[in-house]
Design a protein around this ligand. Structure first.
Ligand code: HEC
Ligand code: HEC
Length: 648
């Protein structure tokens, strides 16, 4: 063994090198405060290793980026840990960078003869920030896609060359395939190469002058090995523990696949850029324009930091530098905390975040489902998913009048600002809540609670008293006593079972015995106690198939009620004689919705989509009811100001 090492040393001279590296004297002894540089190198090594592992599975293209990250995160062996480590080590690196910089400034380590190395350090810092920025886009998920656009727009606002520079990094005037490949080339090629180069020079120059020691007489001097190496190793292990812990227990997020057509208001940069994001939103900063806030001011601050070695030549210069550094840190931390608090309090942002989380979960759910990811990419999964798109179409086209469990379909209450005070209040619905449309609950309410179910129509000026002479209300007022009688509840269950069967919805489990009993009651009108007039007194007979255009009475057809074809025909044109005829107050949507949107909406409403673990939005029915009760007090005064139901 010895002879082998002898031979190796003879050929390479490694012992000399090792001696020089390890036995570097440290005046005043090893100290914890010198560990930051080593931990930074260590995290960079983590990034190299995990980065290459990720590279081995990542595929940068618009159709494959999210898909390959999905694979890494959810299918690859240890993939989520590797990705999590890469994700969190990047953030830890920023924190260490800040600590390292502060330590250098406070200790005055930037002073002659170490100015060059200080500047090298600042260059390294820019490269690391560049790595973070470019990495954020690579999963090509909604979050990265929209947050990175903020950054590239900032690049575009730079003077003179801004536009060209933006086009260069984006690979064109719009985001697309080239944006991804260019960012990847920067992230995995150019920037790491620069980083390694500058890091080698940085460490070389550092070794030339050694550690800056404030007080060499603090204790006995020691060598780099083993005292400082021990401290450095412990610190590195600490970093590793933090990174692993976060990777395993928290994991890196992956939001839904990037979709240029789906504006994403929950987009935020990584937390360490939040201060800049917040700074840009100050009215005064906005007034001077984006280039001022995002380029000139940060540029001036960077310049000032770069000038520190020169400023320190003046008397009191070092003290100025230290105070400036602390203040800068204070401002950054303050702005970060401020923007985080503002986000937590921002109801709109929280709602957007909640929706983004749902989309993320749903995308993963569909991608892991039996159909996997289509060849066109994962974006298609959400775009063609009724569960994802239905609520959006509902919110856009239906929530002006209807509600869904009290909200607009997307979990938010419909609000209007008061004309006088400007205070936002929940808007009263002018048509029924469709949260339960067509299911058993809906039918139970038609039979036993029709008036309350349709109460919102009154908000639109529908006059119950004058319509009580005919129609559903008159039937209801006549029958309600019988239908709510204790002894008849089993009968009502039976009727509900028969009626709900008309929809033939997917996943509906029916009780045949109950259905038979229900059919009997509905055809004779006699219940255990008392009787009601049968539905076909007014509606056409129940029990057949729904066929478009077969019934001409202007009273809603009950055959196939709430089935796919019924609902689609109804929304297409509720004013035909098959539905509400001339009494109709709902707009026809045949020309307003594309056929694919119509399909998604109806399939969502009847529950025809892949099963999901995503929780439904919290019901807002009770909140809305409070508002309705409140306003019924001054209903009379407002009666003629109610909006007409058929105006959109
Ligand atoms: C301008 C208000 C308005 C809009 C917008 C509207 N509706 Fe309606 N809708 C009504 C009214 C009023 C009724 C009650 C029946 C009637 O008058 O036609 C109704 C009835 C319904 C019904 C039958 C159940 C019931 O409550 O009687 C369904 C289902 C329905 N609408 C679905 C939709 C869907 C889906 C959309 C969006 C694509 C939509 N509506 C948009 C006003 C509206
Ligand atoms: C006296 C005539 C009459 C009888 C009897 C009657 N209905 Fe109706 N029904 C109507 C009319 C008219 C409407 C349209 C709403 C209105 O103008 O009140 C309607 C509306 C409905 C609707 C709402 C359709 C929608 O989606 O908007 C349902 C559901 C319904 N009826 C079910 C029934 C059932 C079930 C029975 C029997 C148990 C029944 N109706 C008995 C006249 C009647």
């Amino acid at each position: 063994m010895n002879r082998l090492l002898e031979w190796l040393d003879d050929r390479t001279g490694y012992r000399n090198l090792l001696n020089e590296t390890l036995y570097e004297p440290i005046p005043g002894g090893a100290r914890w405060r010198y560990v930051w540089g080593s931990t930074l190198v260590f995290t960079f090594v983590i990034q190299m290793i995990t980065g290459i592992c990720l590279w081995a599975a990542y595929s940068p293209s618009v159709q494959t980026a999210w898909e390959s990250v999905f694979y890494i995160q959810h299918e690859m062996y240890l993939g989520s840990v590797v990705r999590g480590m890469h994700h969190y080590a990047a953030q830890v690196m920023i924190v260490l960078l800040a600590l390292h910089l502060m330590q250098v400034i406070i200790d005055g380590a930037y002073r002659a003869p170490r100015e060059i190395n200080f500047w090298l350090g600042l260059i390294l810092m820019q490269i690391i920030l560049g790595l973070s920025l470019t990495g954020y886009l690579l999963p090509w998920d909604q979050k990265g896609y929209y947050a990175t656009q903020v950054t590239t727009k900032i690049v575009g606002s730079a003077p003179v060359v801004g536009q060209e520079l933006q086009n260069l990094v984006q690979g064109g005037s719009e985001y697309g395939h080239h944006t991804l490949t260019r960012f990847f080339a920067m992230h995995a090629g150019l920037l790491p190469a620069l980083l390694i180069f500058f890091l080698v020079v940085h460490i070389y120059v550092f070794r030339r002058h050694g550690i800056t020691v404030k007080n060499p007489n603090r204790g006995p001097s020691s060598d780099f090995w083993p005292d400082q190496v021990l401290r450095d190793s412990v610190a590195c292990l600490g970093v590793l523990a933090v990174v692993m812990g976060l990777a395993i227990f928290k994991g890196a997020a992956l939001s839904g696949p990037a979709d240029p057509s789906e504006a994403y208001s929950a987009a935020r940069p990584e937390w360490y850029f939040m201060f800049l994001f917040r700074f840009l939103r100050f009215e005064m900063v906005e007034h001077f324009g984006q280039a001022f806030g995002a380029i000139y001011v940060p540029g001036a601050v960077m310049l000032l930091i770069a000038l520190m070695p020169i400023i320190a030549l003046v008397r009191g210069g070092h003290r100025f530098n230290v105070i400036f550094a602390w203040s800068l840190m204070g401002v950054i931390v303050g702005l970060t905390v401020l923007s985080l608090i503002e986000d937590v309090r921002d109801v709109e942002h929280q709602a957007a975040l909640a929706e983004a989380d749902r989309d993320a979960l749903r995308a993963v759910e569909l991608a892991s489902g039996p159909n996997r990811i289509p060849i066109e990419g994962a974006g298609k999964l959400l775009r063609e998913d009724p569960f994802t798109q239905g609520p959006r179409i509902f919110a856009k086209h239906c929530a002006a009048c209807h509600r869904y469990d009290g909200h607009n379909g997307r979990g938010r209450m419909v609000m209007t600002a008061d004309d006088d005070t400007g205070i936002e209040r929940p808007t009263l619905p002018t048509a029924a809540d469709l949260g339960n449309f067509g299911d058993r609950q809906w039918w139970r309410r038609i039979l036993t609670d029709y008036r309350n179910l349709m109460q919102p129509l009154e908000n639109a000026g529908y006059d119950v008293e004058s319509s009580i002479e005919y129609g559903m209300i008159s039937w209801f007022e006549e029958s309600v006593e019988v239908l709510t009688a204790e002894a008849n509840q089993a009968d009502v269950d039976a009727m509900v079972e028969y009626l709900v069967a008309q929809s033939g919805r997917p996943g509906l489990e029916l009780n045949a015995e109950l259905m038979e009993r229900g059919e009997e009651i509905l055809s004779t009108g006699s219940l255990t106690e008392g009787e009601i007039s049968t539905c076909d007194d007014c509606h056409s007979e129940i029990g057949g198939e729904f066929e478009l255009g077969t019934d001409n009475v202007g009273i809603p057809e009950l055959n196939g009620y709430a089935s796919y074809t019924w609902l689609k025909a109804f929304i297409d044109n509720p004013g035909t004689e098959q539905f509400y005829g001339e009494n109709n107050c709902m707009p026809a949507f045949a020309d307003k919705l594309s056929s694919s949107d119509m399909d998604l909406l109806v399939r969502w409403m009847i529950g025809d989509y892949a099963a999901t673990e995503v929780k439904p939005y919290n019901s807002k029915v009770e909140l809305l009811q409070i508002e309705i009760d409140d306003s019924s007090g001054n209903e009379v005064a407002n009666a003629d100001e109610q909006p007409a139901a058929d105006s959109e």
